[in-house]
Every structure is written in C-alpha cells, then in structure tokens.
Design a protein around this ligand. Structure first.
Ligand SMILES: NC(=O)C1=CN([C@@H]2O[C@H](COP(=O)(O)OP(=O)(O)OC[C@H]3O[C@@H](n4cnc5c(N)ncnc54)[C@H](O)[C@@H]3O)[C@@H](O)[C@H]2O)[C@@H](O)CC1
Ligand SMILES: [K+]
Length: 485
C-alpha cells in the first residue's frame, strides 16, 4: 500500500522525530536525497548550471542545502530569492560558502535562459492558498524557459492535502518528497503537476507518531500485492453461488451496447454466473451465451449476490427501484445515478457503491463539473457522506471514499488516458459488480475493480487507441499480471 498523510500528520511526526535527532539533521537528510535526484536528472553535475527558486521557509532551506552539494561537485548554482529578508539563514550562509551565487527576482529570467535545471523550493507543505503574485510570475518564467524542473517536497502551488491548484503552479518533471507521500501528489490535478515522484526517507517510519507506528493515511493507493491478496479465487469447493452471482440491470432499446459491455466486465470479474435483466437480452446472448437472461422485474430473476444497475438504462426507474430495494450489495452507475432517490439509497440495509464520473458527481452535488474536477477529494467525500454509500469517482485519478465519507480515500494508480473512451465505465461497473458478488466489501470492490480496469486498458492499448470491448477482453491479462503468473 502506498499511503499519503495529511500535512497535520506529517508535521506532528516531524516534531516528534526532531526532538530525538540533532538540530538540522532532517533538513540535511532531505537535501542529500534531493541533491542525488538532481544529479541524476542532470546526468553530469560538473560544469552544469542550476537555478534554485528559494522561498521564505524550510522548503527553500532544502533547496539551498542541495545547492551546496551540487556546487561542491562543480555545478554553477544560482539562487533566486523570493523574499531575501526571510530566507533560511543557515542555508543561505552555507550556500554562499560553497560558492553559490545569489540573484534577485529581477535577475531570474537571465539565469533561467542558460540553466540546465531548476529546483523549485518556493513553498512546500507550509503553502497556503494560491501562489503569491511574485512567485506566480517566477513560475510563469520557468515554464517559458522550458528548463527541466525538480520540485522540492511538492510542486509549489499544489495543495498538499487535496491536490487542488488555485491559479499558477510549478509543473515538475520530478518531485522529490520527504518522509511521507502527500495526498496532493497522488490526486489530480496535483499529481499531473508532480511528474515522477521520488521518495526520500528521512526517518519518519510509518509516520503517525514518527516512529515505526503506522496508521491510517488520508489517501491510500493499492499496489500489486494488495490487489493480489484481495482477488477472489475459486477453490475446490466452489460452485457458481459460492463464487457469486452478479445481476446486471442495464441497456435499453436505445443503448443495448451498454448491457453487453457491462456483462463483458462482469464475466471477467470472477463471478460464478451473470444474470442479465432488461431490454437488451438478445444482444447480450448473441455475444455472451453463458449469460442467464430474463425480462421481468429484477426481484423475480432468481438468486444474486450483488446487483449492478444503470449503464444505458434510460428511464427504467421501475427496475432501478426494485434493485435499490434489494437486500444485497448494489452498484449504481450512469442513468441509475440520475434516477436513484437519495433517501432510498441512504436507507438501504446492504452496502451501496456509486460510480459517477465528474459530470455525474457534479449533477448529484448540484455544482459545476469543473468544481468536482478541481476538488476531487472533497467531492468524493461529500457524496459518500450525503448518500451514506461508498463512492467511486471516476477520472484521471479515480478515487474511492468509504460510506459516510470519513477514513482513508483510495486512489487508483493504474489509470490511463486511453480509458477515456465510450463504454469503458460500463465495463468497470460490471467488473466491480462481479467483485461485490464474490464477497469483497464495497470499498475493496471499487478499488480492485478500478485497478484491474486501468491495468487492462494499459494492456489493451499498449500505446494505441482502444475501444471499451478491448478493455474488457484484456481484464484476464491484468488479472494474471497482478497474480504474477
Ligand atoms: N519540518 C521538517 O522537519 C522538515 C521540513 N522540510 C521541508 O520544509 C518544508 C516545510 O517548511 P515550512 O514549514 O517552513 O513551510 P514552507 O517552506 O513550505 O512554506 C512556508 C513559507 O512559504 C510562504 N508561503 C506560504 N504560502 C505561500 C504562497 N501561497 N505563495 C508564496 N509563498 C507562500 C510563507 O510565507 C512561509 O514563509 C517541507 O515542505 C520540506 O520541504 C524538510 O527539510 C524535511 C524536514
Ligand atoms: K516546492
């Protein structure tokens, strides 16, 4: 599990650790790790030209001490000081001592023109609100220069706790983060600004408390091993009911394809059987003859262990209400989200998983789509609280919040822009629904489903465009990949 901790938690852990180590030790650890990555990016340090952007806090201090190390290895290092009167004093003295040169903000463009690398130490976890005017202008000049950027701890202008970006922010090629991942490095838009994230251990351990104690993070990303341990695998005792039967209520005369794609995802999700209820039975059977189809109300379709309702459903609110009233886990997607009654969802006794994209989430919250995209973490928590349901917010970084909205939010690390294709959400809902039917909790079903779905898209695309049916067909490859077969 890759766990990211809030600024508050990281600060508390740092304080605790600082009391046990010599003064300045943590900053030296950070600067040493930062200098190593800068050297890697430069390739050859001797004779290179490095520009440090130095803000008024310890983030700027890290940059200055890394500059010291690079200067000692023969780099020409220039520090642009944003507020010379409040710069990290020890760092500046050491920097000058190592032959580093200081320039004012007005000299920045000149040194940037001849730079091989920019080190962004404007602001780290102490940042508040959007970048101030002078910092924002400097960031604009860096972008114009096209020089590669290594960000210190996190790209300046990205909110550490949420990944939100208000106005200008540094676009880094590499971000070197210290002690713990920050949520803003894993969630878009922040994640995109961070580039490749490199972790430097400064001794914070599992973080809460700063020792070896580990605790719940603010944001967690499942890794291969976590997913492998959650995959439902059949045993010698398995029959279709033990493996889980998933019911799909999707598709309509107008959108039969949504039903086919949803069933395709479900069949590859490990369910023992897939029941289909709706108007697209002919299309489903033609493609997947193993599907059990019926045309009546879902509650009369026979036993299922979980339902998926919504993809391409049109206005069939009768079937939707029938499913929402069922006493088994239910995944609600697409048209189902539009039709579902908030109070009815809140009142369900079995788990509910909602899977909106940003536009659908915005409609449910009554805000503009851009607001959800800007503040994905807040939006997913808000929805999960309002509906008392687990919510999977789809997008470039898919998030899963537990029912109620509290606790750690899962972020999916396998997403790819190739997934932005019609019908790929239908595949995901079938896949996650099958995992629900197999017995995974709603949060695990959502997170594992998103993980496999992203990986499947990568397998299918392999650098070229794909359709949603290709993604469904590649789910077994993703599954084998995770199991290490
Ligand atoms: N506390 C520790 O133990 C360690 C801290 N480290 C570094 O210290 C950083 C945190 O240092 P600080 O707490 O001094 O905070 P920062 O250096 O992140 O930022 C605080 C400074 O930035 C200015 N600032 C705040 N918001 C701004 C904005 N929107 N635009 C422009 N300027 C803004 C403030 O005036 C303040 O002086 C970490 O991100 C990390 O880089 C590392 O050295 C590792 C150890
Ligand atoms: K920074």
């Amino acid at each position: 599990m890759r766990t990211a901790f809030s600024v508050e938690t990281v600060r508390a852990a740092e304080l605790e650790l600082m009391a046990r180590v010599p003064e300045g030790a943590l900053m030296q650890r950070a600067a040493a790790g930062l200098a190593v990555v800068c050297a890697e990016v430069l390739g050859k340090v001797y004779g290179s030209r490095v520009v440090l952007l130095v803000g008024s806090g310890d983030n700027g201090g890290d940059a200055l001490y890394a500059g010291v190390r690079l200067a000692r290895r023969g780099a020409g290092v220039f520090a642009v000081l944003l507020s010379p009167e409040r710069v990290h004093a020890g760092g500046l003295a050491a920097f000058r001592g190592a032959g580093g040169r200081v320039v004012g903000i007005e000299g920045a463009e000149d040194v940037l023109r001849r730079a091989d690398l920019v080190v962004d130490g404007i602001v780290g976890i102490g940042g508040k609100g959007g970048l101030r005017e002078s910092a924002a202008q400097l960031v604009g000049a860096v972008r114009e220069s096209g020089v590669p950027v290594v960000a210190v701890d996190l790209p300046s202008g990205v909110d550490a706790d949420s990944g939100e970006v208000a106005g200008e922010a540094v676009r880094a090629d590499v971000t070197v983060t210290f002690g713990a991942y920050k949520p803003g490095l894993l969630i878009d838009p922040g994640r995109e600004y961070a580039g490749v994230v490199r972790f430097v251990d400064i001794g914070l351990g599992g973080v809460p408390g700063g020792g070896d104690g580990s605790g719940e993070g603010a944001v967690e990303a499942l890794q291969y091993a976590d997913v492998a341990s959650l995959l439902p695998l059949p045993t010698g005792e398995s029959d279709k009911y033990r493996r889980g039967v998933v019911g799909i209520v999707a598709g309509s005369g107008r959108y039969p394809g949504a039903a086919v794609l949803c069933v395709a995802g479900a069949l590859r999700g490990g369910a023992g059987a897939v029941r289909y209820v709706g108007h697209a039975a002919d299309a489903v059977i033609a493609r997947f003859p193993e599907t059990l189809v019926s045309a009546g109300p879902p509650s009369k379709a026979g036993r299922v262990q979980a339902w998926v309702v919504g993809p391409g459903l049109g206005d069939d609110s009768e079937r939707l209400e029938d499913v929402v009233g069922a006493d088994v886990p239910v995944l609600i997607d697409a048209d189902g989200l539009r039709l579902a009654d908030e109070a009815a969802v809140r009142g369900r006794s079995a788990p509910t998983l909602l899977t909106p994209h940003a536009g659908e989430a915005a409609a449910l919250l009554g805000v503009a789509r851009e607001e959800v995209e800007r503040g994905r973490l807040a939006a997913v928590r808000e929805l999960a609280g309002r509906y008392r349901a687990t919510v999977l917010l789809k997008g470039s970084t898919t998030l899963v919040a537990a029912a109620g909205g509290g606790g750690a939010v899962r972020v999916n690390p396998t997403g790819t822009p190739w997934l932005a294709t019609a019908g790929s959400g239908d595949v995901l809902s079938g896949l996650a629904g099958a995992l629900l039917a197999a017995g995974l909790g709603a949060g695990d079903a959502g997170a594992v489903g998103a993980y496999l779905h992203g990986l499947a898209a990568r397998h299918a695309a392999d650098g070229a465009p794909v359709g949603a049916h290709d993604v469904a067909a590649a789910i077994p490859a993703a599954w084998r990949d995770v199991r290490g077969d």
